[in-house]
Design a protein around this ligand. Structure first.
Ligand code: NI
Length: 188
């Protein structure tokens, strides 16, 4: 196994529509996944798509986030398909190993259904919401040559990691003000 080099924004491989994986049971696919898992463990991200390691195939790995947004169990998803459940979208902060040092506030579908196969050929068919749905949408976008800044609707919210804190504080204050105004309305 080996830690693979990550393609950065601007590398052509990140802009391609990736090819389906013909045979998930192929030993080369298993080797690729083992290397991707080692790479993700080494860098410490939530997910990784094959094009990010210069392999233009429809394969992603990601941790299913727990309720406390800590890393949950790892899913290997091959030839995935995503179907939004409803039109609702929500904003949320994302980072990407291919866009190092930056964070962006990105709209994503709140609820999705996603399907694909895993390494042993068995089918994955899940519904996801919130952070889980966000991670899957982010990773699968890589398979269509899309990076999260391309999904953003307000580029003033594309910021350096080191400046994130002030945005989170501002968001929290806005939320608190909204809750307080709801409480006041209820009290009237
Ligand atoms: Ni990414």
């Amino acid at each position: 196994m080996s830690v693979l080099k990550i393609a950065r924004m601007g590398h052509p491989v990140l802009g391609l529509v990736a090819e389906p994986v013909a045979d998930p049971a192929d030993p080369s696919v298993h080797r690729l996944v083992a290397d991707m898992i080692e790479t993700l463990d080494d860098i410490g991200g939530l997910g990784l798509a094959a094009p990010q390691v210069h392999v233009s195939r429809r394969l992603v790995i990601f941790h299913v986030p727990g309720e406390d947004t800590e890393k949950g169990p790892l899913t290997v998803l091959i030839n995935p398909e995503i179907e939004p459940l409803g039109d609702d979208k929500e904003m949320g902060w994302e980072g990407c190993l291919s866009v190092p040092g930056l964070r962006g506030d990105v709209p994503r579908y709140t609820r999705i259904r996603y399907r694909g196969v895993t390494l042993d050929g068995s089918t994955i068919d899940r519904e996801a919401e919130g952070h889980h749905a966000r991670v899957v949408q982010h990773e699968c976008d890589h398979l269509d040559g899309v990076l999260y800044p391309q999904r953003m609707t307000d580029l003033s919210r594309l910021v350096f990691d080191s400046e994130m804190r002030r945005f989170l504080i501002a968001d929290e204050e806005r939320e608190r003000a909204a809750v307080e105004s709801v409480t006041e309305d209820a009290a009237e």
